[in-house]
Every structure is written in structure tokens, then in C-alpha cells.
Design a protein around this ligand. Structure first.
Ligand code: NAD
Length: 247
């Protein structure tokens, strides 16, 4: 059902965290994977995990916020793999602070990576998809893009933007058989959430009906569904992966 044999997937921000889990999950389903992150050498660990599954992995140093870097990266991937079937826009950053203290620099940095990065990568990768009349894009948004969060005006705006961008791309490219969906993770257990003290973790858990933080694999499973033909009739949707935190 979730067969990605003969498919080529691109995952941005694949060096660690959700990006690494997504790359490995797609490889488990049979995909060859083009791994992108700010520095190619950061991708060694993920590439090792993909290759251990018998799938091809290549590493690319790409700054998703930089149009020239993205164009060169996608060109190299299309040369090496001859096509792109799946694009997962996962790279993202936070620079939190209350609105009154948020600098223009921190606003721009988050919007540049989280929103402009998704635009640049999608535009570059969909040219080939449109020609071949086949492809699927999965954008990693966040529940914060749906509900907002004090101290994250830049992040919330970027993820809300990713959601409406995804719906627009879905409408523009549906006639070419290219689908585009967003995943909105909630609190996922990563280095970031592990750092929070127990009291804060406890309060967060109270907001989650399923009573636990998500694991990177919970998000990767949803990405796999949206990347595969099992979701062939799904486009322009936002799939929250948050233990029921947002309904
Ligand atoms: N962890 C969570 O709880 C959570 C919740 C909701 C949404 N998300 C989203 O999931 C995605 C991954 O989050 P994570 O927790 O794995 O983060 P992470 O910080 O562990 O990993 C992000 C990766 O993106 C890379 N990256 C950053 N800027 C980049 C750029 N300009 N170009 C290319 N790569 C770049 C980093 O080097 C890193 O490898 C992000 O978009 C994040 O907003 C995470």
C-alpha cells in the first residue's frame, strides 16, 4: 500500500530530527532519497541509515532560503537521479520572542527559511513534475500555524503561510497530476522538547488528548501516506499529527 519502489524523494533539513526520520521512512518503503541540508557533510548519518536499507542516498548542501542554492541543488538532484517524484519541504527554524521584542532580523530569518524556502524548493522541483505529469509535495507546517502561539509570531506566520501556500499549489497543479499537502505536527519528542523541564512537559501533555508527545516516526508515517499512492485522491489538505491537540 505504501510502496515507493522506483520513486525518488527529496527531503530538506534531513540531517536530524523529523527530516532524518522522514528520509529513513521513505527509504524503508523503497524510495531512493536525495538528502538536503545546509552542509552536505551533516547528512552522513542519515545517508548511512538509508544505505543500510539498500536504498540510494546522495547528499546535497542546500540553503533553502537562497534561490541560487536551491536551483543548483535541484539541478544536481535531477541530473543524479533523473527525476523527482516526492518533495518533502521539512527544513525549518525557530527564533522565538514576544512581538514587542522580536527584531526584524528574527522575523526575516524565520520567514526566509520556513516560507520562502518552501516556495523556492517547490517551484524548482515542480517544473519536472509538471512535465512528467506526476509528483507529490508534502510540506511540514505546524499546529502553531493553525492556532498561533504567544512568543512565536514569526514561526506561526510562516507555518500559516505554508498551509495556504500548499492549498494554492494543490489547486494550480492538480490538472498536471501533482498533489500538494501539508502536515501539521504538534509537540514531537526531539532534542528541543526533551530540554523542557518536567513541569512544563506535564502541562503540555495535559493539552494532548492522547496524553503523550509525538515521536518523529509518528510524523514520518503521515508523510509516507501523503507521499504514496495510498493518498492518490488527497490534495490541498492539512493533516494534523498532534495527538488530538488541534481538532
Ligand atoms: N519538533 C517539533 O516538535 C515540531 C513541531 C511542529 C513542526 N515542526 C517542524 O518540523 C520541521 C523539522 O523540525 P525538527 O524538530 O526536526 O528541527 P531540527 O532543528 O531538529 O532540524 C531541522 C533541520 O533543518 C536544517 N535547516 C535549517 N535551516 C536550513 C536551511 N536554510 N536550509 C536547509 N536546511 C536547513 C537544520 O540544519 C536541521 O538539520 C521544521 O519545519 C519544524 O518547524 C517540528
Amino acid at each position: 500500500m505504501f510502496n515507493l519502489n522506483d520513486k525518488v524523494a527529496v527531503v530538506t533539513g534531513a540531517a536530524r530530527g523529523l527530516g532524518q526520520a522522514i528520509a529513513v521512512k521513505l527509504a524503508e518503503a523503497g524510495a531512493d532519497v536525495a538528502l538536503c541540508d545546509l552542509k552536505a557533510e551533516w547528512l552522513e548519518e542519515t545517508a548511512g541509515k538509508v544505505r543500510a536499507l539498500g536504498r540510494r542516498a546522495e547528499m546535497y548542501g542546500v540553503n533553502v532560503a537562497d534561490g541560487e542554492s536551491v536551483a543548483a541543488g535541484i539541478k544536481a538532484i535531477e541530473k543524479d537521479f533523473e527525476k523527482i517524484d516526492v518533495l518533502v519541504n521539512n527544513a525549518g527554524i525557530t527564533k522565538d520572542g514576544l512581538l514587542m521584542r522580536m527584531s526584524e532580523e528574527d522575523w526575516d530569518a524565520v520567514l526566509d527559511v520556513n516560507l520562502k524556502g518552501v516556495f523556492l524548493c517547490t517551484k524548482a522541483a515542480t517544473r519536472g513534475m509538471m512535465k512528467r505529469r506526476s509528483g507529490t509535495i508534502v510540506n511540514i507546517a505546524s499546529v502553531i500555524g493553525l492556532m498561533g502561539n504567544a512568543g512565536q509570531a514569526n514561526y506561526a506566520a510562516s507555518k500559516g503561510g505554508v498551509i495556504s501556500f500548499s492549498k494554492t499549489v494543490a489547486k494550480e497543479l492538480a490538472s498536471r497530476n501533482v498533489r500538494c499537502n501539508a502536515v501539521a505536527p504538534g509537540f514531537i519528542r526531539t532534542a528541543m522538547t526533551d530540554k523542557l523541564d518536567e513541569e512544563v512537559q506535564g502541562k503540555m501533555k495535559e493539552l494532548i488528548p492522547l496524553g503523550r508527545f509525538g515521536e518523529p516516526e509518528d510524523v514520518a508515517n503521515v508523510v509516507l501516506f501523503l507521499a504514496s499512492d495510498a493518498s492518490a485522491y488527497v490534495t490541498g489538505q492539512v493533516l494534523s499529527t498532534c495527538g488530538g491537540m488541534v481538532m
